[in-house]
Write a protein that binds this ligand. Structure first.
Ligand code: PLP
Length: 282
């Protein structure tokens, strides 16, 4: 396959990073993952805005403008003749002798991007999944999409070992998000999700689903809620670039939401799918 390395297109076998790259040594970098439908990147502008925000928060200079990056990613999709799948890209602060503090002289950041072809509807679990409720042991800047994902990795692995598809994380009983996704619950007709503060990543899919809810006239409350509220919810679902809207039907050994996808979840799912179909044919 073809990859993007800074401003060049290379064969995957040529994609090598330096052993002193700060991304490799410290996780000092940022990333984005986008879904591609019919050769086009979905919600591209929102992803680029979030990338710029992550870069600002880490005081990391992007190697070039996001417009140019978008052009390069488009080329990458075409080079790989990919119709459906993912684009993943990351930018690290660059390679230099190991020291915690930022390099005194500016060094070149390292941007890499690759694609993964999938079936059109791969990774969707519209029938619902099982999750595990686990402690959120991550740092306090989960709003930045950094390469530092160990807290997410450990929880995701723990969930897998418990026979669940993902974990829902909580801090002292307050539900934050999943290891790779945001969490929503429905109670008495109101859609409730953790506010977009430092404790969660403001998912692009989260933003999109909130817009859909507004369009459909579903009341929304962005507030914190407890694990007890979660377990007593009428509906629970996850959102992410990969899974779109995925109903949660079981949390550890407890059935939630009556064990089947609820009406508000289904309305959002349908609206989401319609928008994707429109995007595909537009
Ligand atoms: N929360 C975390 C921790 C994530 O890693 C992700 C996606 O990777 C999300 C939420 C969902 O974000 P998005 O909808 O932009 O994919």
């Amino acid at each position: 396959s073809t990859i993007l390395y800074n401003d060049r297109f290379l064969d995957r076998s040529q994609g090598k990073v330096d052993m002193e790259d700060r991304g490799y040594q410290f996780g000092d970098g940022i990333y984005e993952a986008l879904r591609v439908y019919n050769g086009k990147m979905f919600l591209l502008d929102l992803h680029m805005k979030r990338l710029e925000r992550s870069a600002r928060e880490l005081r990391l200079a992007l190697p070039y403008a996001t417009d140019h990056l978008a052009e390069n990613l488009d080329k990458l999709i075409k080079e790989n003749a990919m119709d459906y799948g993912y684009v993943y890209f990351q930018i690290t602060r660059g390679a230099i002798a190991r020291k915690h503090r930022f390099p005194e002289q500016p060094i070149d950041t390292v941007l890499t991007a690759s694609v993964e072809a999938t079936d059109k509807d791969e990774d969707l679990h519209t029938d619902g999944i099982k999750v595990s409720l686990l402690d959120d042991i991550r740092w306090l800047r989960c709003d930045i999409k950094t390469l530092n994902l160990l807290g997410n990795v450990l929880a995701n692995q723990e969930a897998f070992e418990r026979g669940a598809d993902d974990a829902i994380l909580h801090r002292d009983g307050v539900v934050t998000e999943g290891t790779t996704c945001n969490v929503f619950m429905v109670k008495d007709g109101v859609l409730i999700t953790h506010p977009a503060d430092h404790f969660i990543l403001n998912g692009i899919t989260r933003i999109f689903v909130l817009q859909l809810a507004e369009r459909l006239g579903i009341p929304v409350d962005e507030r914190t809620y407890t694990t007890a509220e979660l377990l007593a919810a009428d509906e629970v679902f996850l959102t992410s670039t990969g899974v779109r809207v995925t109903p949660v039907l079981q949390i550890d050994d407890r059935q939630v939401a009556g064990g089947k996808p609820g009406p508000i979840t289904n309305r959002l799912l349908e609206a989401f799918n319609q928008d994707v179909e429109q995007f595909i044919t537009a």
